[in-house]
Design a binder for this molecule. Structure first.
Ligand code: NAD
Ligand code: TYD
Length: 349
């Protein structure tokens, strides 16, 4: 029975990855290690609690003693590492927290994995989940390929870039078996309402302003979260040790167009008049160091495995809105005092 450690499995993407693996592979034992920061939520994975091949461990990847204990006890064959501080705006106000979790936490995991397997990584894998933001920013044309030089601009992307470098360095230096994937912006159910889409869905529901940074002419490539989880599943089961893969949606949107599409769909679903939600848009002070454009060339994973997004963006956006509408309680539970405190401070309210 394979013993797999998934970190950050109570968060947005991690919860979808844990579910896919625990349900699809009953013969794998899945351990989900998560600190349950503000972004981690056991409600995201409450349906998995009764599964025999699944175990949740509350803990911090910076807690070396805990890591030693669980690595010795459960002898993980593989790790899928998603735990991270993930929000760019928070990284601007508190960079050190990003260094601790994203860099030091990752190195802690690499050390434990190296010690456990004593340089014999046959049949073992450290799968590191990363972001396209490590490549920096594009002008109006061109794409990030796996060969694009790293050029991170935010403390978040710098910390992720650093963690990618450490994973690669452990591969070169100690022969550690790794795969890294760099994915574009994810959207879908269970995303914490500080990121663009869930924040704006929540604000439309509460008739609050939609704070678009700068002129809104920033471009992101959006991928439905379950398509990302499936790409991870494919790469995890491949033999592409030492490879990196870009994962993207072939789906670029300028923020302002995306927000207008969201408003259009929400007006329809909520029975509002056309344009009612759009009227909530407010252009606010820009994010410092705001990357203009991300665009992924995902032809390597497409050529090697035939992977491509299965969810069309407008449908996926509809599914996402429907999920939030059906899970108002999930949203309300999250919006604790701390959330409101962060929101008011960040948006100067
Ligand atoms: P998230 O913020 O929703 O979840 C992160 C999870 O990690 C939370 O459950 C949190 O409790 C946990 N965590 C944080 N610090 C921890 C620590 N010190 N020890 C243990 N657990 C800890 O993030 P997400 O959006 O699901 O992103 C998951 C991963 O995917 C991250 O590595 C991120 O860089 C990467 N990624 C995200 C996107 C995106 O669009 N969201 C795109 C590409 C890559
Ligand atoms: P975000 O969801 O934070 O993801 P990332 O910064 O990792 O791409 O933001 C997506 C885009 O939306 C980004 O260009 C910043 C912009 N944005 C706003 O305009 N207003 C907001 O309130 C937020 C949170 C983001």
């Amino acid at each position: 029975m394979k013993s797999i450690l998934i970190t950050g499995g109570a968060g947005f993407i991690g919860s979808h990855v844990v579910r896919l693996f625990a349900k699809k592979y009953p013969h794998y034992k899945i351990f989900n290690l998560d600190k349950l920061t503000y972004a981690g939520n056991l409600e995201n994975i409450s349906d998995l609690e009764s599964l025999k091949n699944y175990k949740f461990i509350k803990g911090d990847i910076c807690d070396v003693q805990l890591l030693e204990k669980i690595f010795i006890k459960y002898k993980f064959d593989s790790i899928i590492h998603l735990a991270a501080e993930s929000h760019v705006d928070r990284s601007i106000t508190n960079p050190l927290e990003f260094v601790n979790t994203n860099v030091i936490g990752t190195v802690n995991l690499l050390n434990q994995f190296k010690e456990l397997h004593q340089r014999n990584f046959n049949g073992k894998l450290f799968y590191h989940v990363s972001t396209d933001e490590v490549y920096g920013s594009l002008e109006d044309t061109g794409f990030f390929t796996e060969k694009t030089s790293y050029d991170p601009n935010s403390p978040y992307s710098a910390s992720k870039a650093s963690s990618d470098h450490f994973v690669r360095a452990y591969g070169e230096t100690y022969g550690l078996a790794y795969i890294i994937s760099n994915c574009s912006n994810n959207y879908g159910p269970n995303q914490f309402p500080e990121k663009l889409l869930p924040l704006f869905i929540n604000n439309v529901l509460n008739n609050k302003p939609l704070p678009v940074y700068g002129d809104g002419n920033y471009t992101r490539d959006w991928l439905y979260v379950k398509d990302h989880a499936e790409a991870i599943n494919i790469l995890f089961h491949s033999n592409k040790i030492g490879h990196t893969y870009n994962i993207g949606g072939f789906n670029e949107w300028k923020n302002i167009d995306l927000v207008k599409e969201l408003c259009f769909q929400m007006d329809k679903k909520l029975g509002k008049k056309d344009g009612e939600s759009e009227a909530l848009i407010e252009f606010v002070k820009d994010r410092p160091g705001h990357d203009l454009r991300y665009a992924i060339d995902a032809s390597k994973i497409n050529n090697d495995f035939g992977w491509e997004p299965s969810v069309d963006f407008k449908n996926g956006l509809g599914l996402t809105i429907d999920w939030y509408l059906a899970n108002i309680r999930w949203l309300e539970n999250i919006k604790s005092g701390k959330y409101t405190e962060y929101y008011n401070k960040h948006y100067n309210l």
